[in-house]
Design a protein around this ligand. Structure first.
Ligand code: FMN
Length: 375
């Protein structure tokens, strides 16, 4: 079967059907103002990336003290609703299911990013930011409510996939990891207690979906960090247990990533557990490992450059859907080209080291520069 035929297959995710297997994962572009409002830059960015069956808008802060940058999108106030409506509409008009990632940076926030508000953390640890506050039981409850309210706003704005950011070392990840969660109350201690924050956030988001009468037309997911190396360790077994807990708490599908970094030692453990082809990245292999533990569909991500990589991940059973991040940033027509709807060659992501140029300055991405040069 051609790669485009594999990737063009529709797939059920909860009550929804994605028209194809390609996902544009959340990719922050830092184009909001200090009040977190959607701008024209956001609309243009998502419109030009048309093609994926599911587009998940970038990490959007559920609370101002949980921001990762002062220019991060926000959903912590009803004032954000008009902009979020335009964003959901822009994504829907590409033909994609409109998704949004709800995010709280926890101890990864800095005073500059929160405009001076003290960051909140599960526990004070060596790497906690300046003026960080260890959350009281009341703060934890309030933050769960902040996720629920942001879910309500996202649904009201027209988003139909709600993704909770439970990866990459941010707040939900911080609750999951024994390195960053030293609590001895009901939110910490045993693995089950460390899952509780994720589980309660999922339940409260599920409650908003059913309360809005959208159980048959909106899906809930979590970007789950399924493993990480120190200083935010999460073992593979604990990551898989968290995947099961997420499914049980109402996730319609899982978007699997890492929980804050994978060193060589963890990468080799992942490789021996995953039994994936050896060109598959450690992060993408995590999807295959998690998939063996759950019955809901799984999105895999990490290092997919070509349509062949993406189709192989689907046919090889690594993941049900594949997310392509830097590939789409490098060539916004990536999905249309992979699906055979645009016959121009793909300008492949060059996997720039030590860090993606797009992340630092989009105009310096070598693939984007080449696309601009050939018009
Ligand atoms: C510029 C940039 C912004 C990102 N923003 C987010 C984000 O908002 N939320 C998130 O979960 N991951 C974010 N990521 C991670 C990507 O979604 C993706 O998981 C990662 O880039 C690996 O996939 P890739 O190899 O296809 O790029 C970002 C990555 C990049 C390069």
């Amino acid at each position: 079967m051609e790669h485009s035929d594999v990737l063009s297959q529709s797939v059920r995710i909860g009550p929804l059907t994605s028209p194809n297997r390609i996902v544009m994962p959340p990719l922050v572009i830092w184009k909001a103002d200090e009040t977190g409002m959607v701008t024209e830059d956001h609309l243009a960015h998502y419109q030009r990336s048309a093609g994926p069956g599911l587009i998940i808008a970038e990490a959007t802060a559920v609370a101002p003290e949980g921001r990762l940058a002062a220019t991060q999108l926000g959903a912590w106030s009803d004032d954000h609703l008009p902009g979020l409506r335009r964003l959901a509409d822009a994504i829907s008009r590409t033909g994609a299911l409109p998704g949004i990632q709800l995010h709280h940076a926890g101890g990864s926030a800095r005073l500059e990013s929160t405009c001076g508000l003290p960051p909140r953390v599960p526990s004070i640890v060596e790497r906690s930011p300046d003026r960080a506050i260890a959350m009281t039981d009341g703060d934890v409850e309030q933050t769960i409510t902040a996720f629920a309210r942001a879910t309500r706003r996202a649904l009201e704005a027209g988003f139909r996939v709600i993704e909770l950011h439970g990866a990459h070392g941010y707040l939900i990840s911080q609750f999951l990891s024994p390195d960053t969660n030293l609590r001895t109350d009901r939110w910490g201690g045993s693995p089950e207690a460390r899952h509780r924050f994720l589980v309660e956030v999922l339940r409260s988001a599920r409650h908003e979906i059913s309360g809005a009468g959208l159980s048959d037309s909106a899906a809930l997911t979590v970007r789950l960090g399924a493993a990480a190396s120190p200083p935010r360790s999460l073992s593979l077994d604990e990551g898989c247990a968290a995947a099961v807990a997420a499914e049980n708490a109402g996730a319609d599908f899982l978007d699997v990533s890492h929980a804050g970094g994978i060193d060589d030692e963890l990468a080799s453990r992942i490789a021996s557990r995953a039994e994936t082809a050896n060109h598959v990245s450690a992060t993408l292999s995590l999807a295959a490992i998690a998939k063996a533990h759950v019955s809901v569909p799984v999105v895999g991500v990490g290092g997919i450059r070509s349509p062949a990589d993406a189709a192989d991940a689907v046919t090889g059973g690594v993941a049900d859907l594949v997310a392509v991040g830097r590939g789409i940033l490098a060539d916004p027509a990536w999905a249309r080209k992979a699906l055979g709807l645009d016959h121009a060659p793909i300008e492949l992501c060059r996997d720039c080291k030590p860090r993606c140029f797009w992340f630092k300055e989009a105009a310096k991405c070598p693939a984007r520069r080449r696309l601009a040069a050939i018009g």
